[in-house]
Design a protein around this ligand. Sequence first.
Ligand SMILES: Cc1cc2nc3c(=O)[nH]c(=O)nc-3n(C[C@H](O)[C@H](O)[C@H](O)COP(=O)(O)O)c2cc1C
Length: 335
Amino acid sequence: MQTRYRTSADIADDIRRAVEDALWAPSVHNTQPWRFGVRGSRVSLRADPDRRLGVADPKGREMLISCGAALYNLRVSLRAQGYDPVVRLLPDPDRPHLLADVVLEPDEPADRQTLREHAQIPRRRSHRGAFRPEAVPAGVLSAMRYDVEREGARLIEAVDQHVKGALAALTDAAEHIQRRTPAYSTEIGRWAPSPRTARKDGVQEGAYPRRTPQTSPHFPARDFARGQGWGTEPANPKEAAAAGVALLLVSEGDGPLDWLRTGQALQRALLRAAESDLAAAFHTQALEVPELRAFIRAQFCRDAYPQMLLRIGTPEGEGLDTVRRPVDDVMVVEP
Ligand SMILES: Cc1cc2nc3c(=O)[nH]c(=O)nc-3n(C[C@H](O)[C@H](O)[C@H](O)COP(=O)(O)O)c2cc1C
């Protein structure tokens, strides 16, 4: 097939579309801690350290996982538009916030699988609560495992019910610690605005249920409502009561490169899950408490570093709502 000729205005439009897609990545507390600089056919992804969670994420680990997820969307979007995005991670050791340089090379028109993957970007949503009783197909799980490994990370499934129960209990312990530590709860307050806010970031009322259905084992949700009774009513609470498949996303190292790779792996797996109408609920509280993270690493990760704890399953109804800042807030076209 013929590669079409593109003017620099075409390329600028294509990049803008790709950055719009990148924004729909998940990010911790919907902080959207990214910035994009565009020069000709090169896109630079930078971290926005003002949006890092100073208490829960002092090293910027979750910030970089979030940025890695945005980078993956950018790559998929560019491939869907017929480019081969050539990515250099952390290209300049003197500029640690410069996370990636992406240069667009022309390529053949995208194949059907790339277009299918791309179509999942707006469909993917974080789930918060129980799942429908249907089992997660083994084929989807093995495809997710393959995707994650291709991006340089690994998925560990908590098959043993005791392990799953232990992960739920550790999440409960972490949630308890965070709720009674003022610095954590003030920080979550900053990123969970009250209803009818005009903000385009943070976890807002439409993004979590008013009452989280119990599952067995039960993985507690974050305290976004802070006792105010905020949240949405679930579509049909009786149907959804399963915890789903519990997964640990792990990496061999624990530095910025590993976090960026993990974020890309996460998003690749989430888009794969979305192709089968599956969604993920995240429970990363325990990984923000150093002692609990060290315990999870030693007991359940064969000494790899746990980066994300999530559950996968089939959500009920339309899915929860979420917001994003407009592209012009995060993208600068450089002369
Ligand atoms: C590193 C990371 C950690 C997260 N941890 C949690 C969590 O512990 N609890 C939760 O409800 N959501 C968690 N999320 C999901 C975000 O809150 C969610 O991506 C964000 O609010 C945007 O919503 P969306 O994913 O539906 O687009 C996490 C996401 C990332 C990338």
